[in-house]
Write a protein that binds this ligand. Structure first.
Ligand code: UDP
Length: 385
């Protein structure tokens, strides 16, 4: 193991706190500071920069993609064309960040998300650093997959993916490493003593975004309420993406709550900076994405808090949740099955408690943040050896 302190530049695509940004935050807070000095580049001031600064991590804020930052899966070609106007600005940012990276002797650039990764393509010829791409999403169905794939073979030294499901997008690639996301198992822990029996609560946690399946959750909530009228439902999270097509979804969900006559049963908490006290109040966490999940950090957070999950099959969900042991798996988009699974758990408190214990045990074995960070440190060391 080398004795030197290595400078690492992490680049975030997002500025708020979704799954990928929470992963970045956890990793940079946990990396061994005696061996790695971390700097983070974020595209604008937001919850991520706030949390990084509170943790004492040097944070650089630069709109490194200019207008390109609003581009996303729902953007039109016209928007892409307009974003090209930002190219001179992006070029300026590339030169400025490369200069700083060289002044700071950055040894590794660790880029999270497509925009950060594409930015690192511009940096690559100008810096003396090894490059890691941390892929947090499925990309094969995205518009620029072919370009991404070509660049992913040429530019980064390594790719980190969080699950076998994402790794399958890169079959037989030698530079892909699977490192599952972990959580801080002391912070994410069951409440002690376990909360007293009272009204039962089922929560859905995550960004308010169309593919997360809030409408299916509400449909299931209506069915569950007909059988168990005392159950409360929590929708935790907010619209955090500022890319095109992500505004207005919250109002649509609120309208749906009213339309189904669930206003007294469903509560919106908004974005919660500290999710642990919420998790500790829940009996069941529902994760019902309509699209396969590349990871689903919420699943692991719930399991670490000893809360069983009902999750839609697809993507990494099946790698994380053991059906019948740490939770129940249901077909995506199927509100009837989802309601049945929630009812099965709520009707049997001893099974619920047993699953909660298994969920915690599984999180301890497979999703420990310290293990995730140890493996990332090992990768840094191996690249710099
Ligand atoms: N989250 C949060 N506050 C909220 C809602 C969600 O901090 O009000 C966090 C949640 O704890 C999790 C992340 O957002 O760490 C969501 O990650 P996940 O991988 O489940 O979904 P993604 O947003 O990446 O699609």
């Amino acid at each position: 193991m080398s004795e030197r302190v290595h400078n690492i530049l992490q680049i975030s695509t997002g500025a708020e706190l979704g799954g990928a940004e929470r992963v970045l935050l956890d990793v940079v807070r946990t990396l061994d500071r005696r061996r790695f000095r971390v700097h983070v580049l974020v595209p604008r001031f937001g919850r991520l920069a706030e949390a990084l600064r509170a943790a004492g991590i040097p944070t650089l804020i630069a709109e490194y993609w200019g207008r390109g930052h609003r581009l996303g899966r729902y953007s039109s070609w016209r928007e892409y064309a307009r974003a090209l106007l930002s190219l001179p600005q992006v070029g300026g940012q590339i030169r400025a960040i490369a200069r700083r990276a060289n002044e700071m002797s950055v040894a590794v650039i660790h880029a999270h998300g497509i925009k950060a990764q594409m930015f690192s393509v511009g940096l690559a010829p100008l810096v003396r650093a090894r490059i890691i791409w941390h892929v947090h999403d499925f990309l094969r169905h995205r518009r620029f997959w072919r370009i991404f794939q070509t660049l992913a073979r040429l530019v980064p030294d390594l790719l980190i993916v969080p699950s076998h499901a994402v790794a399958r997008e890169f079959p037989r690639w030698e530079n892909v490493r699977i490192i599952p996301n972990g959580v801080d198992l002391e912070e994410f822990a069951p409440s002690s003593p376990r909360r007293a029996a009272g009204s039962r609560r089922v929560g859905m946690i995550g960004a308010l975004a169309p593919w997360k399946g809030h409408f299916v959750f509400l449909q299931a909530a209506e069915r569950v309420s007909r059988v168990l009228p005392d159950v409360e439902f929590l929708i935790v999270g907010d619209e955090i993406y500022d890319t095109t097509g992500h505004r207005g979804f919250r109002q649509a969900v609120e309208r749906e709550v009213a339309r189904r006559g669930l206003s007294s049963r469903v509560h919106f908490t908004g974005f919660c900076a500290d999710i642990v006290p919420i998790l500790q109040k829940l009996d069941v966490v529902v994760h019902c994405s309509l699209e396969p999940e590349p990871f689903g950090r919420v699943l692991v957070e719930a399991m670490a808090c000893g809360v069983p999950v009902v999750a839609a099959r697809g993507g990494a969900t099946e790698e994380i949740v053991r059906d019948g042991e740490s939770g129940l798996l249901v077909p995506p988009g199927d509100a009837e099955c989802l309601a049945e699974a929630i009812l099965t758990l709520l009707r049997d408190p001893s099974q619920l408690a047993e699953m909660g214990r298994s969920a915690r045990a599984q999180a301890e074995c497979a999703f420990d943040l310290r293990e995730q960070v140890r493996r990332i440190e090992e990768l840094y060391e191996s690249l710099l050896a």
